[in-house]
Structures are given as structure tokens and as C-alpha cells.
Design a protein around this ligand. Sequence first.
Ligand code: NAD
Length: 364
Amino acid sequence: MSKTYKIAVLPGDGIGPEIIDQGIKVLNAVSKRFGVNFEFTKALIGGAAIDVEGVPLPDSTLELAKNSDAVFMGSIGDWKYDKLDPAIRPECGLLKIRKELNLFANLRPVVVYDELAASSTLKEDVVKGVDIMMVRELTSGLYFGEPKGIELRNGEKVGFNTMIYKESEIERIVRLAFDIAMKRRKKLCSVDKANVLDVSRLWREVVERVAKDYPEVELSHIYVDNAAMQLVRNPKQYDVMVMENMFGDILSDEASMLTGSLGMLASASLTDKGPALYEPSHGSAPDIKGQDKANPIATIMSAAMMLKYSFNLDKEANAMEEAIKQVLKEGYRTADIMSEGASLVGTNKMGDLVSEKIVCNILN
Ligand code: NAD
């Protein structure tokens, strides 16, 4: 009897439930085609949890997440909660689950499909063929370093934060980035600011040390300011990029815009033990909620990442990615990626089309 993968499903708010339904639909198609078993258990997070339980991450949701093989999430937040105390807003649910599951690595694939290259704000020949994996450290660095604060010094206020990394924190994210590079085109670029920051000099030292265990991977280093420039000048030169928390926050948003639409961007947040979390990079899009307009592709691609990184089901994940490519090639588009001559479809239909491709491809 084959293994059953237990998936905690947290649809969240706004378009979350609609796009998650498409993800589940496609995973059921994978089940049908490849005979793998998934068990889905839904729970509340974000505003949906506040409405029912008064908190953005109920204990029962966290318990379910911890006891699952992976967490599959939609999106969190709605304008109607903007007036709540910041400490109990929907977003706190997301921050808390990331912390509780010790999700120290954020992966964002930036893939420009040929069919959509024209929707980027950059020239088509610059972005066509881009396929980068951005790997960002998520639980340390400038956003969490101590000391931090605002205080009076010599009669005026000063504000300060600390960018701090332990060798072990650098090593675990860098090792993960090397492992990912080994599964791809075997190129890794480490981003730092070693010409100015001591913490970056340690970062570079650890990267060089870990690199000895990965002789097949071609390693390069780049200063963060140059990386920001190169990403819009010649993004095709990159395969995997790894960086500390704040550098990653900024550069992964910059890189994501190469693709032209938020609705295409998947993400995974990984840990070294316990379940990882998979969600689209975009928010809950309250402006199009419940209108069958949301693009579910980022969510479906996040589900494909779950199969690849949590379950080692590479063949099944590739089938999902291939199905998306075929549907786009046949000219189907949701409104956010619509172009002249293409066929406009809604959220639900896009999910159906990708699922049908997965099942039909048995014959190919
Ligand atoms: P957003 O990403 O929700 O939306 C920005 C724009 O992109 C909107 O016009 C929206 O319609 C569009 N868009 C987003 N995803 C789309 C999709 N799949 N298909 C088609 N169009 C899509 O960002 P926002 O409007 O700034 O934030 C809305 C809410 O989402 C806020 O409450 C915010 O805090 C929250 N948020 C949550 C997450 C998360 O859950 N990880 C991330 C970002 C923002």
C-alpha cells in the first residue's frame, strides 16, 4: 500500500479559498494519474480564524500543521481587519506559523514562460527563458537581530537594528541552496555586502567552506547593490541565488516582477525538520474575491513545489508544471495575464484545464 501524504490545508482569506480549491483539484488529478495518496485536512488561519475563534492562528490549526507532512496555504488578510490592533491582525497568524514551524528558508522560483514574456515590463529578449530560484534566509539577520530599538542619546533619538548571523545559521541556508543547485543547473550565486559589512565577510567565509562539499556547483559571489542591477540587466545569468533576510526581501520582490504577474509566483518556506509551508507569493486580493477572476497558477505551482521538496515526488511535480505550460501554450489566460487573441478563463476553469492535462497526459 502506498504512503498517504497528510496535508494541512489553510485556505485563509480573500481569494485564498478559491485558489486553494484549484490546487486540491490538481493534486487529485495527480493522485488519479500516478496513484499517490493525499489526505487533506482544512483549518482556519488569518481573518477567517479571527471571525470564528477570535485569534489569527488557533492552537488547533497549529497542532494540525505540526502533525502534517506539509502545509498548503492560500493567502491571508482583508481590508476589513485593518483597524484591528496590529498584534491580532490576520498577518500575525502567518508570522506565528512561520516561527512555530521554524521555517528558515524561503524559496521563490522566478520563471518566465515564453508565452507570457511580453507581459513583463522589461524587454522580451531580456526576460525570455529566465528561470531563477531565489533562496532567502527567513528567521535571522537584520529583521530579528538584537539589540534593536529607538532611544535617546546625547539629547536626540537614534534608531538601530543589528544584522547578525551565527555560522550555523549561515551554513544551514547555504547548504540548502547548494542542494537545490545540485537539482538544477548547478550554479549558485551568493549575495552579500562583504566590502562593507563584517557579517557579510563571515557569510562569504562560510559559503566558501560549504562549497568544498559541492565541487560540481559553480559558485559566484556578488555584492547586493550589483545584484539589484544585474537582475534587471541580464537575469538569465542566474540559476540559484542565496542571501540574508533583508537582502532577500528586496531582491526577491524585484526578481518576481521579471515575470509580469503576481498570479504566477509560487513560494515555499522550508525547515530542516518538520513540515514545510507552501503558498503563493501574492496576497489575498480582496478586490477580486469571489468573482472567479483570480489566477490559481501560483497556488498550483506552490503545490508542485510541495511534491518536489517535501515528498520527493519529482515526476509528479514535473507533470504539474508541464500541464501549466501546455495550458498556457494553448492560449488560455486568466484576466491578470490576458493578451490579445488569447482565451479568457476564470479561476475554476483554469484549475479544470490543468487537471485535465495531467489526467490526459497518461496517453502521451
Ligand atoms: P495582493 O497581492 O493581494 O494584490 C495586489 C494586486 O494584485 C491586486 O490588484 C490583486 O487583485 C492582484 N492579484 C493578487 N493576486 C492575484 C491573483 N492570484 N490573480 C489575479 N490577480 C491577483 O496585495 P494587496 O492588495 O497589497 O494586499 C491585500 C491583502 O493581502 C492585505 O490584507 C495584505 O496584508 C495581504 N497580503 C497577504 C500576503 C500573504 O498571505 N502571504 C502577502 C501579501 C499581502
